[in-house]
Ligand binder design. Structure first.
Ligand code: 5AD
Ligand code: SF4
Length: 567
């Protein structure tokens, strides 16, 4: 029996890739372990969006240099974006690595791991670089990797990512993604619809459609051009699916037909992640984003006209080449004007191979980047808290995802390696709050949107390996809930929960707002109505009023995801 240990850094696309790689290796008889010392195969799924992410990977891989000397049979692989970008150069920096597999070759991993083990020869599988062939040749060298998944291999039984497109052709000047993920390619709607049906049959209730620029989706099939609006209409009525989300959207492709489809399809999340990146036209032009602030404003007006109450979040880069203090102030003004639900804010990191790296000087000093980052975060927090405060006294419906971060950290059965991961997680639920009432007064950890060094694509992600608080079932084949239909637990609180120890749970509203409340872990995967008592910039704090229980819900921890991706 082989044992696999995998570390994942990066966006939701990487989380999905790791899930699929784990599934493929499990089918070959591998067992997943969270203790690298127990493993004979170590894989590092990597991110190249910023330099910091690459440093983290090299230091993680470096930890196993001496272990490999003691255990020469160990197979160590670097996979994903860094593998595609740096290829054999990784062997120079980390000679103990055996395997390098790019984002477009992930299907090869099981065979390549076996080949390394059989021959002890290093293996490399990467796609063509963007300049190594025509668009079609390069596109052909990036293979879509979306095998059907076994439900036991999905970290959360009721939530699943579905890739609808991969790659990117936008070529923003700061960004490596068009190189690391290759040309933009959409998957067939027929294939996607089939995948969604299968996932629904396995108990999935919430689907998140993934793409680097997900709303640029287009596919010609049966003599017809399919857009994202057509695709969501097609999957909307899949029995069992309650919610449909998609990330990450590109501002220029936020078409009216898509907004109208979201308006008309009630299962679509009223939440859009549409990164603005900067509030100054000069910077947007240097970034080659293809829109001006006025264009973005027009898009926001359309969003609010067609979808009143829709939450919008953004990404910003501070300290990009040539950013003046005056230019930076325009990003602050943009956050104040557009009142994003939250923003992910990044200090510019020059990336070799990008246009900005070639053409512009990285002329904003690190301490200025840091200061601007913190200033922007402070403004965003102020806005988020004000907007969240509007929810006090209101009832919201949430899909319960599982224990909150506080519950998970305080659970006693965690092993050391997972704790290491958890400490670097940008979790969905940021607030370790004191018990009700007045939980708002509890000391707070840096939130996802206010932890500049933690939030973002390079953050380490923990795949759920089965370490759960007591009371949580492990296997999806043993559903915890047997009740059907609508159950009303009037003014339910922790004391009235009949089974399982009450803990702090987290869930999300249809607008993607994080809500924490007390309840039994068995509620994970169900819809619950929560009355909001208090708020922080990132979280609504409340009490459960009712919950709806479905028989196919299971008590597993959700996957812990990162930044949504790029656009
Ligand atoms: N430096 C800093 N941030 C970057 N991003 C992409 N490339 C860079 C870079 N070179 C940010 C963008 C993007 C998010 C995924 O990462 O804001 O939306
Ligand atoms: Fe593509 Fe987004 Fe990167 Fe721009 S920032 S190149 S849209 S992945």
């Amino acid at each position: 029996m082989h044992r696999l240990y995998i570390e994942t850094v990066g966006c939701q696309m990487n989380v999905l890739d790791s899930e699929l790689v784990v599934a493929a290796l499990r089918q070959r008889g591998y067992e997943l372990t969270e203790d690298p010392k127990q493993a004979d195969t170590l894989l590092f799924n990597t991110c190249s969006v910023r330099e910091n992410a690459e440093h983290k990977t090299y230091s993680s891989v470096g930890r196993f240099k001496y272990g490999k000397r003691k255990k020469p049979d160990l197979v160590i692989g670097v996979i994903g974006c860094m593998a595609q970008k740096d290829q054999e150069r990784i062997f120079e920096k980390a000679p103990h690595v055996d395997l390098i597999v790019g984002t477009g070759q992930l299907a090869e991993i099981p065979d390549l791991v076996e080949k390394v083990r059989a021959t002890r020869k290093k293996q490399v599988a990467v796609s063509l670089a963007r300049k190594e062939g025509s668009w079609a040749e390069v596109a052909g060298s990036f293979e879509s990797y979306d095998p059907l998944r076994d439900p036991t291999m999905r970290p959360s039984p009721w939530q699943a990512f579905v890739r609808i497109m991969f790659g990117c052709d936008k070529f923003c000047t700061y960004c490596v993604v068009p190189s690391t993920r290759g040309p933009e390619q959409s998957r067939s709607p027929r294939e996607i619809a089939r995948e969604v049906e299968l996932l629904a049959a396995q108990g999935v209730r919430e689907i998140t459609l993934l793409g680097q620029t997900v709303n640029s989706y287009k596919y010609s099939e049966d003599g017809q051009q399919h857009r994202l609006s057509d695709l969501i209409a097609r999957i909307h009525d899949t029995p069992g699916i309650d919610r449909i989300k998609f990330v990450t959207s590109f501002p220029k492709d936020m078409t009216t037909d898509l907004l109208e489809a979201i308006r008309d399809l009630p299962k679509c999340s009223r939440y859009l992640h549409v990164p603005l990146q900067h509030g100054c036209d000069e910077q947007l032009k240097r970034m080659k984003r293809g829109y001006t602030l006025a264009d973005y404003r027009e898009m926001m007006q359309r969003i609010h006209n067609i979808l009143p109450g829709c939450a919008v979040s953004s990404d910003f880069i501070v300290g990009f080449c040539g950013e003046t203090e005056e230019g930076f102030q325009k990003s602050i003004a943009a956050i104040r004007e557009f009142r994003f639900k939250n923003s992910f804010i990044f200090k510019y990191s020059p990336r070799p191979g990008t246009k900005a790296y070639e053409l512009f000087v990285d002329d904003v000093p690190e301490e200025v980047k840091r200061r601007r980052n913190n200033e922007l975060l402070a403004v965003q927090n102020e806005i988020s808290e004000e907007d969240n405060a509007e929810f006090i006294g209101r009832r919201v419906e949430v899909l319960v995802e599982g224990p909150s971060k506080r519950s998970r950290i305080s659970s006693s059965d965690r092993s050391e390696p997972e704790r290491d991961f958890a400490s670097t997680l940008r979790d969905t639920d940021p607030s370790p709050v004191a018990s009700l009432p007045g939980w708002h007064q509890g000391a707070e950890l840096p939130s996802p949107d206010v932890a500049p060094e933690q939030a973002g694509p390079e953050t380490l992600v923990s795949l759920d390996l089965g370490t759960r608080p007591s009371g949580m079932a492990r296997s999806p084949s043993s559903p915890l809930l047997s009740t059907t239909g609508e159950t009303s637990l009037s003014a339910m609180n922790s004391q009235t929960v009949h089974d399982g120890t009450p803990i702090q749970l987290m869930g999300r509203t249809l607008c993607d707002r994080i809500v924490v409340f007390q309840g039994t872990p068995r509620l994970a995967g169900t819809l619950a109505e929560i009355e909001v008592d208090d708020v922080t910039p990132t979280t609504l704090l409340g009490r459960m009023v009712t919950h709806r229980v479905e028989p196919r819900s299971h008590g597993l921890l959700p996957i812990l995801t990162e930044h949504p991706g790029s656009a």
